[in-house]
Design a protein around this ligand. Structure first.
Ligand SMILES: [Zn+2]
Length: 260
């Protein structure tokens, strides 16, 4: 009996030594009161907000396991359109609208359009720019298969197919056909689509703020091998806020994000 008691005391001593010395108290989940539960929820929410407001990378980039068929769906906001993967000549988004933003030209033109979800996000981005005295204009949004065909043939006639392929896409291989892309510029570069735009106040602001509104700079500097395109600081692509933030903060590309 005595032996047993000594054993128990030793055991208790051992347990108390190995237990954590911090002041964390563990409450069995079942015993949590409603208030406790709410507090935990609040703390989680605070943590989440802290995360999203910080400028640190959100998380290590991991390719999202999406089915190929889903990424081929031209209505998916993550649809991948590049030199390897294209859209059919028949695809025209049904929800094209003209975003309420300033454009580089006054006349009506189909290239003012974007899909509704992207147009609304672009309006919010441009409103924020205006509020911060950053002057941006839309230059070119939706482009039909046929229009892309005309542009490519024109460029190819001028500079040859290979050169044309460096800065323009063959029909079916332009993101502008998805209705999720918009080229933007500013008066500081004379409303042109030029690389210098990336170094202007407006270009830098855009690259920083676009992800907050669901857009990425689709063809970043130094990623030409992956995207197949030269640096285009003016080409915005809508992918939604969550994906845009992950891609941008990891300085990645849509290709790497989906398949990396
Ligand atoms: Zn573009």
């Amino acid at each position: 009996m005595k032996k047993k008691l000594v054993f128990i005391i030793l055991l208790l001593l051992l347990v108390s030594k190995s237990s954590p010395t911090s002041s964390i108290t563990f409450i069995p989940i079942d015993n949590l009161s409603k208030e406790d539960n709410n507090k935990i929820k609040d703390d989680n929410l605070k943590e989440k907000n802290k995360e999203s407001s910080s400028k640190q990378p959100l998380e290590e980039i991991r390719p999202i396991a999406k089915k190929q068929t889903e990424l081929n769906n031209p209505l998916n906001k993550l649809v991948l359109v590049n030199k390897k993967q294209g859209l059919s000549a028949e695809f025209t988004p049904e929800d094209l609208v003209v975003p309420d933003i300033p454009f580089a030209f006054a006349e009506d033109h189909p290239k003012k359009q974007m899909r509704a979800v992207a147009a609304q996000a672009l309006e919010r981005l441009f409103a924020r720019a205006k509020a911060e005295q950053v002057e941006l204009v839309g230059v070119s949004g939706y482009r039909s298969f046929k229009r892309q065909q005309e542009i490519f043939s024109h460029n190819a006639r001028l500079k040859g197919v290979e050169a044309a392929n460096q800065y323009s896409a063959k029909a079916g291989h332009s993101e502008h056909q998805t209705g999720l892309a918009m080229d933007v510029s500013s008066p500081t570069v004379n409303y042109e689509l030029v690389e210098e735009f990336g170094e202007t106040k407006e270009g830098r602001w855009l690259s920083k703020m676009a992800p907050e509104y669901g857009f990425i700079i689709r063809y970043p500097k130094g990623k030409e091998e992956i995207t197949g395109y030269q640096y285009e600081p003016w080409h915005l692509r809508y992918v939604g806020v969550k994906h845009a933030k992950r891609i941008a903060y990891n300085q990645s590309t849509l290709e790497d994000y989906l398949y990396g």
